[in-house]
Design a protein around this ligand. Structure first.
Ligand SMILES: [Zn+2]
Length: 253
């Protein structure tokens, strides 16, 4: 248990092997008790590592009691945290923290080249597509559709394209509902955000390539919607192969 000030743990059931917090049920009560206020409070508790990776959050009814809110409101707050990949809710066993403080991330991002990054994406994304088709929900499809709408509005803006592209591929990974896969994919996006990739991005992302990539995104989305696994896997393979080729071209210039 951390002793720093700020949000404190609610009473919780058995979590990891760490010492348990006192059973006092107090997060700071200064904020609004609407779901957004509760989500913000819990988010702070997670990012401040009051609750750490793998910890179980207290049950909904305890969170509700400590905030003086309804369980419906708490559920909404938890759903928002889950959408932001801070927690993972498991039916019947509770809500677990899946956010980690990012200790090793900077280091691995420093030493991974854009080509190595592409190798990892080529290794995992085709299977992500298969799992997303098996486990994805209507809400996951909606998240992909959202990102696709964003992608198709960026024109030639590289930064916007990159942001929406990450969201599109993250939505696919989220649709696997596999916490480890989601975690791995978040690390992949972290590496993408790093400077080595940022440097080549300007060479790679020409307006015509952005249009090509988006044609791939649209085709992939449609194959997912049609639940056509073979076509979807072919498309993601082509999409990544194209990105890899473009990256090689950028290096040879
Ligand atoms: Zn893409």
């Amino acid at each position: 248990m951390r002793t720093k000030s700020g949000p404190r743990r609610l009473a919780a059931g058995p979590t990891t092997g760490k010492p348990q917090a006192p059973t006092a049920v107090v997060l700071s009560l200064t904020s609004s008790r609407g779901f957004a206020g509760i989500a913000a409070e819990l988010r702070r508790a997670i990012t401040d590592a009051v609750y750490e990776y793998g910890d179980k959050l207290p049950p909904e009814r305890e969170i509700a009691r400590s905030f003086g809110a309804s369980r419906t409101t708490v559920r909404k707050a938890l759903r928002q945290l889950e959408e932001r990949n801070l927690v993972k809710r498991k039916v019947g066993s509770g809500t677990f923290v899946v956010h980690d403080g990012g200790r090793d991330e900077r280091e691995i991002a420093d030493i991974t080249s854009p080509h190595e990054l592409m190798d990892v994406r080529i290794a995992v994304e085709p299977h992500i597509v298969r799992l997303a088709l098996l486990h994805g929900t209507a809400r996951d499809i909606e998240a992909m559709a959202d990102a696709l709408r964003g992608l198709e509005q960026v024109g030639a803006d590289r930064e916007q394209f990159t942001r929406w592209d990450e969201r599109f591929h993250m939505a696919l990974a989220n649709a696997t509902h596999n916490p480890l896969m989601v975690w791995i994919y978040r690390r992949i996006n972290d590496v993408r955000n790093h400077t080595q990739w940022s440097k080549v991005k300007d060479k790679v992302l020409t307006p015509s390539r952005i249009a090509d990539y988006n044609a791939g995104h649209r085709a992939l989305f449609e194959a997912m919607q049609a639940r056509d696994a073979e076509t979807a896997v072919d498309i993601i393979n082509a999409h990544l192969a194209e990105a890899r080729r473009d990256l090689l071209g950028a290096r040879s210039k």
